[in-house]
Design a protein around this ligand. Sequence first.
Ligand SMILES: NC(=O)c1ccc[n+]([C@@H]2O[C@H](COP(=O)([O-])OP(=O)(O)OC[C@H]3O[C@@H](n4cnc5c(N)ncnc54)[C@H](OP(=O)(O)O)[C@@H]3O)[C@@H](O)[C@H]2O)c1
Length: 286
Amino acid sequence: MDVLPSDSLAGKYCLVTGGTAGIGFITARELASRGARVVIVGRNAAKCAASVEAIRRTTGSGAVSVLVGDLSLQRDVRRVAQEYRDGFPRLDVLVNNAGGLYLDRHLSGDGIEMTFALNHLGYFLLTWLLLDLLRASAPARVVNVSSEAHRRIHLDFDDLQCARRYSGFRAYARSKLANLYFTYDLAGRVPASEVTVNALHPGLVSTSFGKNNGMRALLIWAIARWFAISPEEGARTPVYLAASPGVAGMSGKYFIAERPCPSSPVSYDREAARHLWNRSAEMVGA
Ligand SMILES: NC(=O)c1ccc[n+]([C@@H]2O[C@H](COP(=O)([O-])OP(=O)(O)OC[C@H]3O[C@@H](n4cnc5c(N)ncnc54)[C@H](OP(=O)(O)O)[C@@H]3O)[C@@H](O)[C@H]2O)c1
């Protein structure tokens, strides 16, 4: 990706979750190459250290650091948010990207279905805990990595954690719809002059996504990789939303390939979004 002078992020602070691999790693690297001070979040300290080293080496930036935490665990999200506050004076861009697909139903350490805990509540709680810092850093940006998987699905508020007839793909699709509800609802709560909030689909991207599911995922990827784009291409839209002056002041939108696109009709249901917000706030004690 070329760095345009207008995309410069010199003096900006960016936090990228899931910055150790795939789309998040390239996003973090590209933001660092634009001059941002970048903090990545990952679960594994050694993998985090290797990723930071790789970003420093390829960008020449020394302004890359790490916070270690499992974002499916609310106590870790709270600690990561606190460590960020303790370590850094402002937050200009938060990229909520860490996510997973779980073909078998797992519970997080908090006893919450894993997909919902990580893909939705992880975004919700981290953003909530850092919102005042984002506002104080205005104009700031929140970038939520969602997916086209959100289409042809709705949330079941009687079964948010997919306890009945679990399907990993359905749980994933619902979590990505939840990302859109969260994006649109938050955009309506915060003035765009302070914080813009947008979501995106990165494309079908050849990463490690889903490979925690053993042979089944490997079989899926054996076919999918023929249609998939590279992580560099997949990171284009998150980087665009994080850095481009072209989206300054634009909020509450869904982007594909650096363009605003309509998301599913269901995703614009304000009642559902408000309901999800309230239920999420209860679940995280916000
Ligand atoms: N790949 C696609 O085709 C595609 C399509 C649409 C949307 N997306 C979305 O893009 C985002 C990134 O996916 P990706 O394809 O880049 O996947 P990936 O290569 O598997 O990377 C996922 C990242 O999330 C981190 N992560 C996973 N579980 C975590 C946890 N419990 N706590 C903290 N960090 C955790 C991983 O860290 P570790 O290093 O610790 O594993 C890794 O850095 C996801 O939100 C996904 O839903 C992907």
